[in-house]
Design a protein around this ligand. Structure first.
Ligand code: CNA
Length: 236
């Protein structure tokens, strides 16, 4: 065990107010590609950059292309939680962790057993009709050949925050409050480049900010670990 991991273990073993803030890198060890790693979605061949396809205006103007990309690149329904998701759920059950704040939309934290998950960008598992507002499971989107439609004829939209769309203010304020009151804040598997989510970090007031990220974020953390997050969390 490295000195950094030893230190994080010491912090987390003495705390009952850990908050975790994570991104796509938390799920790469579950086989879901992130956006910005070398094998991430940004480096795969596609007609448009993901930020363009996953924007509200693109969704409105090219719904068939949006759903083609979405079905191919955003749905990993067989993925299983890895050691990072599991450790966070274990800490919550033991009364040590207050919240998981995630930019991920894959539902893996809940699959691992976490209860207080603040999904800043929504979830692929929830989908709703834009006309009659009925909720639908992900299968309707997964198995649709083109734009998924409700029995009422309305378009079914994933409950996922697209670029150009606003975040849920209730989720955002709960995230701010959790971070503001956290003792240990662990930021993991995120490039911290997507706003407003990335700006949440500024609300932390403590002195135990740990970053676990494969690439350096170049920010003033109290502890930085540049190893795969699942491997790190398995040792805590
Ligand atoms: P990102 O910009 O792709 O950054 C991921 C970061 O994680 C990078 O800095 C990587 O170096 C790092 N990383 C990758 N694998 C690991 C690992 N095993 N251990 C530690 N670090 C690792 O992703 P962000 O979350 O920062 O960007 C925000 C977007 C990506 C959000 O809007 C998400 O909805 C979106 N996204 C989500 C998923 C998902 O739900 N699993 C997948 C792909 C993209």
């Amino acid at each position: 065990m490295t000195e950094e991991i030893k230190k994080l273990k010491e912090w987390t073993s003495h705390s009952d107010n850990i908050v975790f803030f994570g991104g796509a890198g938390v799920s790469t060890e579950s086989g879901i590609p992130d956006f910005r790693s070398t094998d991430g979605i940004y480096n795969q061949e596609y007609d448009y950059p993901p930020e363009t396809i996953l924007s509200h205006s693109f969704y409105e103007e090219n719904p068939e292309e949006f759903y083609r990309f979405y079905r191919n690149k955003m749905l990993y329904l067989d993925a299983k939680p890895n050691a990072a998701h599991k450790k966070l759920a274990e800490w919550e059950a033991a009364g040590k962790l207050k919240a998981v704040i995630t930019q991920n939309i894959d539902g893996l934290h809940q699959k691992a057993g976490s209860k207080n998950v603040l999904e800043l960008h929504g979830s692929v598992l929830r989908n709703y009709c834009t006309k009659c507002h009925q909720f639908h499971g992900v299968e309707v989107v997964q198995h649709s050949k083109s734009v998924p439609l409700c029995s009422c004829g309305g378009v079914i939209k994933p409950d996922v925050v697209l670029y150009e769309e606003g975040l849920d203010s209730g989720v955002l304020s709960r995230a701010v409050s959790a971070i503001r009151h956290a003792d240990v804040l662990i930021i993991g598997g995120t490039s911290l480049t997507v706003y407003p989510a990335a700006g949440l970090v500024q609300y932390y007031r403590g002195t135990k900010l740990a970053v676990i990220n494969k690439s350096s974020l170049g920010r003033g953390a109290d502890l930085t670990i540049t190893q795969p997050i699942g491997e790190v969390m398995a040792q805590l």
